[in-house]
Design a protein around this ligand. Structure first.
Ligand SMILES: [Fe+2]
Length: 348
């Protein structure tokens, strides 16, 4: 069965070009010719041959250099190259192979050998193209499915974040503010892009465990007693349990945040009283953002604080909040760029 295919012949000899193209056209191959490497490059981009028949000894750029350049280009390197040469010595063949050529044909041309080698290489190129097309299709399918799955994960998180927002009556944008503050901090900390994009959504469900706390305690207008605080503190473990054991990266990070966003950098927090870098970075970031946003927000037992008052409390401390509770790197960023936090908080 005839194998159709496209062949580019590159040779500075008119006689060689005529001979090769006559033989190959007779076999119904589609042929283009080039008299030097530069002309060949121009033809290549549009013609996209299945193979290149290439003379070695050419002016301007020889066949070895041309082969090296083709094999260094991602969109052209899969095109097989047959070096057509009068050179028949071992050293020239090794040089050609090192440059990336697939085959050799010696001058004077043997018609049968030329047709067999051409046919085999075109067959190989077509198999290669088929495999590349299948791989490309599979990659695109996987990419599309991954995007769909990711979108589903994000949709689930957005629904959960609405539940968290409902906890904070009168401040329904808490999840959005927390997401913006935390991604700003993560970017300033030079966290990897995938960490930041996961944090953007995982941050919004940090207090999901509060759905397990009774409204009687959650909205108590008088100061909480020790027993009330123990119940409130349990929201971290509840949050971890609600979100654990899932494949979604957002919920996995969300689970870490839910569990550890009340740990203090100096080890005085809860639920595990872990300290320093043993606290997951995402939880250290949310710890800070949650504190700032909570101070700015009205509570049943106090009014909202101004931005200036929050700076004072965070940097100097009060009876509840201490600078040692926070990651020093995060504190440094806040000191230098506290206006950004005010800006995010004031955004509608
Ligand atoms: Fe919390």
């Amino acid at each position: 069965m005839k194998i159709p295919g496209k062949i580019l012949i590159v040779d500075d000899s008119e006689v060689a070009l005529k001979l090769l193209s006559t033989i190959l056209e007779h076999e119904n191959y589609e042929i283009r010719i080039a008299k030097d490497a530069f002309q060949a490059f121009e033809i290549l981009t549009k013609f996209k041959p299945d193979i290149i028949l290439l003379d070695v000894m050419m002016p301007k750029m020889d066949g070895y250099e041309f082969t090296k350049r083709i094999k260094s280009l991602d969109d052209l390197k899969s095109i097989p190259i047959i070096l057509v040469t009068a050179l028949n010595d071992q050293e020239s063949k090794i040089r050609g192979l090192n440059a990336g050529a697939e085959e050799f044909i010696s001058k004077p041309i043997d018609r049968t050998e030329l047709l067999i080698r051409t046919k085999n290489l075109i067959k190989m190129k077509k198999y290669h193209d088929e495999i590349s097309n299948i791989n490309r299709f599979l990659e695109e399918t996987i990419k599309k499915r991954t995007e769909q799955l990711n979108y589903s994960y994000i949709e689930a998180i957005i629904s959960l974040s609405r539940i968290v927002d409902n906890i904070y009556e009168g401040n329904s944008n808490v999840s959005t503010k927390l997401s913006r503050c935390s991604t700003f901090l993560a970017a300033q900390l030079k966290c990897p892009e995938n960490f930041i994009s996961t944090l953007r959504y995982a941050s919004t469900i940090y207090d999901i465990g509060k759905t397990k706390i009774t409204t009687e305690i959650l909205y108590k207008s008088t100061p909480l007693n020790e027993a009330d605080w123990d119940i409130i503190k349990s929201h971290t473990e509840h949050g971890k349990n609600i979100l654990k054991a899932v494949s979604s990266p957002y919920l996995n990070m969300g689970s870490e945040i839910a569990c550890h966003h009340h740990e203090n950098f100096d080890g005085t927090g809860y639920p595990n009283a872990i300290k320093g870098s043993t606290i997951p970075l995402e939880a250290r970031i949310i710890k800070f953002c949650d504190t700032y946003i909570a101070l700015r927000s009205r509570r049943p037992y106090r009014d909202a604080y101004t931005h200036e008052k929050c700076i004072d409390i965070i940097l100097k401390g009060d009876n509840k909040t201490k600078p040692d509770h926070f990651d020093p790197n995060i504190l440094s960023i806040f000191k230098a760029q506290h206006n950004k936090f005010n800006e995010i908080y004031e955004e509608k």
